[in-house]
Design a protein around this ligand. Structure first.
Ligand SMILES: [Zn+2]
Length: 253
């Protein structure tokens, strides 16, 4: 018996978070789409500079897509760039950070789950990376923490969860705060001790709207600590070590 797979057209906006070359001039794109989450889509002719789809199908470009879905496969029919994030491409550290954000997106969001809440921290981060002298560690910290909130791992920085006084530790596994004594009793503890400044910054990021979340001042030594903490929390929650992180950390030294 012959079965014909039905095709369906989908119009959505999305960020190109990964590209893999196939054949002579094509690519398979990983897109994080506003409505349909993460999908893989075939894009024909996009390695030719003159290809009709080329500008809208490049890595880190946010485009309006028309996709055709046949069975479980997607094909790109149209791609009109909405935001090229062109300037970040001149700076190797910005490219490394953008690559890390895209790897995090691919790990933390899912097909079928709307990508909007995941997209907004990353799009805002990429926008800031296009400006002059971006504050890399601050942008990194905010995107990491906001992505975890989007993925349903919002930490609770409002109170010490054990209810005791004496020291403030951020327990990455539980996503909460505990005291010195409870920290010492927990033999499997993964986390970090927080200074008042770092705790205030963490609380600010979690509680702020994404448009305001990047706007705070913090001394450089505390910022380094903040960045390490956000990174550690991500690693614990997604249970995965991002491949892009190694080269990024070299550049951020
Ligand atoms: Zn305690």
């Amino acid at each position: 018996m012959k079965t014909t797979k039905q095709s369906k057209k989908i119009t959505t906006t999305g960020l190109v978070i990964k590209t893999v070359d196939v054949g002579e001039s094509n690519r398979i794109l990983t897109l994080l789409c506003k409505d349909i989450g993460v999908v893989s889509a075939f894009a024909g002719g996009v390695r030719k500079p003159t290809g009709k789809l080329t500008p809208g199908c490049s890595i880190f470009v946010y485009s309006q897509f028309v996709l055709t879905k046949t069975g479980e496969r997607y094909r790109v029919d149209e791609a009109v760039p909405q935001e090229l994030f062109f300037n970040l491409r001149y700076d190797i550290t910005s490219v490394a950070l953008a690559s890390y954000f895209c790897e995090l997106l691919a790990r933390s969001s899912l097909e079928g789950t709307p990508g909007e809440t995941f997209l907004s921290p990353v799009l805002n981060g990429l926008y800031l990376l296009c400006k002059e002298n971006p504050n890399y560690l601050l942008i990194k910290s905010v995107v990491e923490l906001k992505l975890m909130c989007a993925a349903g791992f919002m930490p609770d920085f409002t109170e010490i969860s054990c209810g005791h006084n004496g020291g403030v530790w951020f327990d990455y596994t539980g996503g909460n705060l505990i005291c010195d004594k409870c920290r010492a009793q927990n033999t499997r503890f993964v986390g970090a001790k927080l200074s008042k400044t770092v705790l205030d910054a963490l609380l600010y990021i979690v509680q702020s709207d994404i448009k305001k979340a990047f706007s705070f001042d913090i001394p450089q030594k505390d910022l380094k600590m903040l960045s390490n903490i956000c990174e550690g929390y991500v690693a614990e929650q997604i249970e995965y070590k991002c491949k892009t992180l190694k080269s990024l950390k070299e550049l951020l030294k």
